[in-house]
Every structure is written in C-alpha cells, then in structure tokens.
Design a protein around this ligand. Structure first.
Ligand SMILES: C[S@@+](CC[C@H](N)C(=O)[O-])C[C@H]1O[C@@H](n2cnc3c(N)ncnc32)[C@H](O)[C@@H]1O
Length: 340
C-alpha cells in the first residue's frame, strides 16, 4: 500500500483537472455534483462552461467560504452543501438532469496545513484528524480503544507492518502521559523495526487513523452507491483515488456494475443481470509527466469513470459483502460516537 501523506506541495493544486473535465464533458451543459468541493478547483473549471450548474458538497464547514465566493461569481449556477457524500441521497434534486458526479477523495492541501485539524504528523498539539461532521477524533481512538483494535486499524487500513508493536506501545504510554500528535510520532518511531528513509515512519499510522476517524470506507461505498442511482442515462461518475484501498473499492464496484462476469453463456438471457454501466477504460487515468513535475503529490492519483447506459434507480452490487471485513473494523468506532 502506498504512502499518502505528502507535504511536498507549496500551494493547492486540483489533481487531474484537464482529465476529469474531458471525461465529464461540461461543454454540453447540465448539472454536476462535485462531492468533494475542497478549494473548488474542479467546480470552477466546470462552471467556465455555459449552461452548467454545480452542486458542491464538502464535509468541512470551512469550505463554505469558498462556496460563497463561487456563488457570488456564478449566481444561480452554484450551491454549496455542508454534507458528507454518503448522504448524497438527501439532496432534493427534483427533476435535475445530473450529467456528472465527481469525487476527488482524501484531504486538501489546506486541510493538511491546518494545525488544528492535526492531519499531518508535523502538526503540534492535540490529536484530531477530523475532516468535518465526525463522531469522534483521533484522541478518543488513541485513548479508548484496546490494543487489538488499534492493531487491526493500522494493519487493515494502511498495511502497517509494525501495527502490533505500535498498538502495544500506545497502550503502555497512554497510562503514563497524554498522547498528543508529537508524542504519537515518537511512539511510532520507537516501535518501527526498520527505518525507511524515503517515507516518514508515521505515514501509515496517520493514514489508517484518518481513514478510521472519517469512516472513509463506508463514506466511499455509500457515496458510490448513491451516485449511480442519481445519475441519468449517459451520466458520468468519475472518481480520483489516492491510495490502494480506495482504488480497490472503486475498481471492484465499477467492474461489478459494468460486467456480467459470473453469468454463464448457457444461462437463459432472462436470468442475466442487466448491465447498467459501461467502463470505457479498464486502466485508470494517471497524472501526466508535466503534472507530476508541477505537483509531485499527485503521483498516487488514479482517475476511473463509468457511464450510465439507462435511467434506472435499482442497483445490484455485492460491494458491502466484498468489503465487510473493513466495515467491521470501522464499526469498532461505534463505542466512541458522540453524535449520530
Ligand atoms: C482533495 S480535496 C478536493 C479538492 C477539490 N477537488 C479542488 O479542486 O479544490 C478533498 C475534499 O473532500 C472533502 N471530503 C472528504 N471526504 C468527504 C466526504 N465523505 N464527504 C464530503 N466531503 C468529503 C474534504 O473535506 C476535502 O475538502
């Protein structure tokens, strides 16, 4: 699994901007949903085309400021919602003809640079890692879960080889002192058997905790399921992922909806699942050499997309079963819930 927390950026870049625009074709007009507004880079590019509208979502309330700026620049063509994309089905879309839904997963440069969010292992202060609309923070995870539970999170959400030792040392240290971000970094450094000079020792642990705290697995699965229901015929669902776990989920879901693999050719046609989507490219679109040079943080980005064949609301996918082991781990957080 690749490392995702990289700080070699000096400003915010919208990853795969040209590519996502060419996939969703806003030049023909229509309404688009940007599920991850962030700094609004993708949205603003869509709105440059006449006859387009965008509904921009972000779980981070701080994005409301960007939302307001965009609304002023494009009156009646943009609306911001402080909503998690798993709740996409709560949008009142009336008879809106949704032409494209985009996801640019993960966190923004602005968020990782925000010391209060504590997403980076360079942050000083309390453990947080909440992107917005969360039920609990990293502090509660580190101070309340059992060693076995923390180990599972680190192992399954980031493939951390030293998960067991790190978890054991967290439990040992939390009885002695308050664990803040820098204390956690020290615990991880002291727990690692091998030093990797290319990747920071804390990268994987921070990735795993961020995925857990923000419930990124069920967010993604529910977001994808709701998107494919909302899209109309010829509508495009485009997703940019940044680590292998996300990409695995997107790849499986897209294949699952665009192929009829398990069906035997001898089976009567009536029993065959209707193929509601096409996946024009089997391989993901990745950043060009030019983008990599300008923004090295884009190196792990992968863009995949689906096109809907029919107007249909009923979707048949076994994605929750396929990733149930990850959802079970995510559910370890239920005992930490503040809100629901
Ligand atoms: C990589 S940034 C998006 C950058 C944006 N495309 C741009 O061009 O400026 C990801 C954004 O998605 C938001 N986000 C992550 N998970 C989310 C979720 N489950 N629901 C809504 N927003 C989410 C984060 O708060 C962050 O602002």
């Amino acid at each position: 699994m690749e490392a995702t927390i990289v700080l070699d950026n000096v400003k915010h870049y919208s990853v795969l901007l040209k590519e996502i625009i060419s996939v969703i074709s806003p030049q023909h007009g229509g309404t688009f949903i940007d599920c991850t507004l962030g700094q609004g880079g993708h949205t603003k590019e869509i709105l440059k085309y006449q006859n387009t509208k965008v509904i921009g979502l972000d779980r981070d309330i701080k994005c409301e400021v960007i939302g307001k700026e965009i609304e002023e620049k494009f009156p009646n063509r943009f609306v911001f919602k402080n909503l998690k994309f798993s709740k996409l089905n709560n949008l009142k879309l009336k008879n809106e003809n949704i032409k494209g839904i985009i996801f640019d997963l993960g966190y923004s440069f602005t968020q990782i640079k925000d010391p209060k969010k504590g997403l980076s292992f360079n942050s000083k202060g309390e453990l947080n890692m909440m992107m917005g609309l969360n039920d609990f923070s990293a502090k509660e995870v580190i101070n309340n879960l059992e060693a076995k539970e923390i180990e599972k999170i680190l192992k399954y959400f980031a493939d951390e080889k030293d998960a067991k030792t790190i978890a054991k040392n967290i439990i040992k240290e939390r009885h002695l002192k308050k664990i803040d971000t820098q204390e956690l970094v020290k615990i991880i450094e002291n727990s690692k058997r091998k030093k990797n000079y290319r990747v920071h020792s804390s990268t994987k642990t921070f990735q795993a905790l961020r995925i857990f705290i923000n419930k990124e697995i069920s967010e993604l699965i529910n977001g994808l399921i709701n998107s494919v229901k909302i899209l109309k015929k010829d509508g495009v669902l485009a997703v940019i992922t940044f680590h292998s776990l996300e990409d695995k989920i997107v790849k499986y879901f897209f294949k699952n909806l665009s192929e009829n693999k398990s069906i035997s050719r001898y089976q009567p046609k009536v029993n065959q699942k209707e193929i509601l989507f096409k996946m024009p490219l089997k391989k993901p679109i990745v950043p060009s050499n030019r983008e990599l040079k300008e923004n090295p943080s884009s190196r792990s980005a992968k863009l995949r997309y689906l096109v809907k064949n029919e107007d249909s609301y009923e979707i048949d996918s076994d994605i929750f079963d396929k990733f149930s082991h990850l959802i079970e781990i995510e559910n370890l957080g239920l005992k930490l819930w503040k809100n629901s």
